[in-house]
Design a protein around this ligand. Structure first.
Ligand code: HEC
Length: 92
């Protein structure tokens, strides 16, 4: 009985972490909508100015204000996960 309770607790604790993490595959698809103003060349040297993962998230939220309809928080996480996996490569 104790083991079952421990396993249950572990999965409950693990769930939010899984949800918060972005899905880069989905992010790449969503990012199609961002390509109206610029391509991905902005995410690579020498053009890229963003220096941290937190700044990348902020920048994405900032540009999301211009989107109509806007991306949800989860969708922003997904897009950030994709940009970081394929371009910026900041440590998580
Ligand atoms: C209205 C036009 C527009 C839209 C829509 C737009 N962007 Fe941008 N974005 C820009 C401009 C302009 C810059 C600044 C370029 C510069 O600093 O030279 C920029 C900069 C960025 C940067 C910073 C790059 C760096 O490292 O310097 C990121 C990241 C970014 N955009 C992501 C996105 C994402 C993700 C979306 C979709 C949610 C998006 N943008 C939609 C115009 C746009």
């Amino acid at each position: 009985m104790k083991i079952v309770a421990t396993l249950l607790l572990a999965s409950v604790l693990a769930a939010p972490a899984v949800q918060a993490a972005g899905d880069p595959v989905r992010g790449e698809q969503l990012h199609q909508d961002c390509l109206g103003c610029h391509g991905t060349e902005l995410y690579l040297p020498p053009k890229a100015k963003v220096k941290t993962l937190a700044a990348l998230k902020k920048e994405t939220e900032r540009w999301n204000d211009r989107m109509n309809p806007k991306f949800t928080r989860q969708e922003i996480e997904d897009i950030v996960a994709w940009m970081n996996r394929d371009f910026y490569r900041f440590p998580q």
